[in-house]
Ligand binder design. Structure first.
Ligand code: ASP
Ligand code: MG
Length: 448
């Protein structure tokens, strides 16, 4: 939500949908600003941090004024700004607490927006109640990328949030913050950038919600990123499995992995446009009416291909276990993998290579070869692993491209391969034209 108008638009969505719990993220651009302010403070540049803070204050005060929020809410907003100010000056002074201070800071964007939005609802005939997400989203203490502790979250939600949710005349919509959590000892954490969708999915899961609706400027899931080809078209229905295989949703990035807790409990998920709420969006269900061979095409940039070669692998077991133990210890996720008798090739995000300890641990297992900056192109659909002729069709379309690694077979729903940096979009445009726009290749698979 960028401004008062966006808040009012969102309030009418909540009224129409009769939502029980609303999870808000920070207003547009605010988290970025807070991060910049924190960086300035850390570098000892308090005056720049103060300037950014003043900007944040002004933006939120303008919304408050336009909405006509209560005195109590104005007071909350002022207090949050003061808290930010003192955290920033602590940050300028402290060396050992920086991660902790930063997470406390980062989450304040959601504090501000949730206070404003609670009032915005109340002023628009939706009785609403503000709720601190830190009370129920229990996490570990990996600051900035904290992991929820699901069984504790479930327990806390049952104790603290569920009883507040009522229906009928006494119903109040609970408004809470996305992105933030807290540790057992009450220290604030955040779940990683874009984490509000994840928060919503976690709460939907813990509450056994009837549905999870994500209203964003993404406006539903498209067959591919519309910035890559203007022929991308909206997808009305998607299965949980297809959603889980999609690397990115739509133009702005919405990580489907964030929906996974909802998918565990088979809670239908809707992704719609908060800007044009009536244009329809995408429903993600367990059972979908139509299961095309290729539903969507996704790209994941900045991928490194790591190959570990060692004769030790020959006729032994446990080698993959050792490799994955390293990734596990360093919290790195591997997206795709292929193996031969004596080597294993895997893709990871380029950024994970900054973890030098991880590289050292992998080097201990064999000869490590690293090739950076590939792009991973994925086809997401149904029966994609045993449809005769698909691979041939794909690679005929891309015959002039260097395809470095191919992953097919692990999933009925995904087929992916690596191409050189800068070639992924062209690959997607060609495949979109033949496999998605070209009706004759839009094979309806029956056995899903
Ligand atoms: N405000 C946080 C961010 O910008 C979380 C979110 O928007 O989902 O990353
Ligand atoms: Mg966001």
């Amino acid at each position: 939500m960028a401004d008062a108008t966006a808040m009012l638009r969102s309030a009418s969505i909540v009224r129409k949908q009769q939502s029980s719990v609303v999870v808000v993220s920070a207003t547009f651009g605010t988290t970025d600003k807070i991060i910049r302010a924190a960086e300035s403070a850390e570098n000892g540049n308090m005056s720049s941090a103060e300037t950014i803070l003043a900007d944040i204050q002004e933006q939120h005060m303008a919304i408050a004024e336009e909405l006509g929020v209560s005195k109590a809410t104005l007071k909350n907003i002022r207090e949050l700004i003061e808290t930010m100010e003192s955290l920033l000056s602590d940050l300028a002074r402290s060396n050992d607490q920086t991660k902790l201070l930063k997470d406390a800071l980062f989450g304040i964007g959601e504090g501000l927006s949730s206070r404003l939005f609670t009032d915005c609802l109340a002023l628009n005939d939706v009785p609403a109640h503000w709720f601190d997400a830190g009370r129920v989203i229990r996490t570990d203490d990996r600051f900035s990328r904290a992991t929820p502790i699901f069984d504790e979250v479930e327990q806390l939600v049952k104790e603290l949030l569920d009883p507040l949710i009522q229906n009928g005349a006494s119903k109040k919509t609970m408004v809470t913050q996305g992105f933030i959590g807290s540790t057992k000892s009450g220290v604030r954490t955040t779940l990683g950038r874009g984490g509000s969708d994840y928060s919503a999915a976690i709460l939907a899961w813990a509450l056994h919600a009837d549905a999870l609706e994500i209203w964003t400027d993404v406006g539903g899931v498209a067959t591919t990123d519309p910035r890559i080809t203007q022929n991308a078209r909206p997808i009305r229905e998607l299965s949980f499995q297809e959603a889980a295989e999609l690397a990115t949703f739509g133009a702005k990035i919405l990580h489907p992995a964030t929906l996974i807790p909802a998918i565990w409990r088979e809670i239908p998920v809707f992704v719609g446009s908060s800007i044009q709420p009536d244009t329809g969006g995408t429903w993600i269900y367990r059972d979908v009416g139509e299961a095309p061979l290729v539903r969507a095409l996704a790209i994941r940039r900045n991928q490194s291909l790591l190959t570990i070669t060692t004769p030790d692998m020959l006729h032994t077991y446990g080698f993959l276990h050792k490799i994955f133990e390293v990734f596990n210890n360093h919290h790195v996720s591997v997206d795709s993998i292929t193996t031969s008798e004596i080597s294993v090739a895997m893709t990871v995000d380029d950024i994970t290579l900054e973890d030098h300890d991880m590289i050292r641990d992998l080097e201990e297992l064999g000869r490590l070869n690293i090739e950076k900056s590939y792009e991973l192109v994925s086809l997401i659909g149904n029966n994609i692993n045993h449809t005769a002729g698909l691979a041939q069709k794909v690679f005929t379309d891309l015959s002039d491209m260097n395809v470095r690694m191919i992953c097919q077979g692990a999933s009925k729903h995904n087929f992916c391969f690596l191409v050189d940096e800068g070639r992924g979009e062209e690959a997607i445009r060609r495949l979109h034209a033949t496999l998605i726009e070209g009706e004759e290749m839009f094979i309806k698979s029956t056995d899903v």
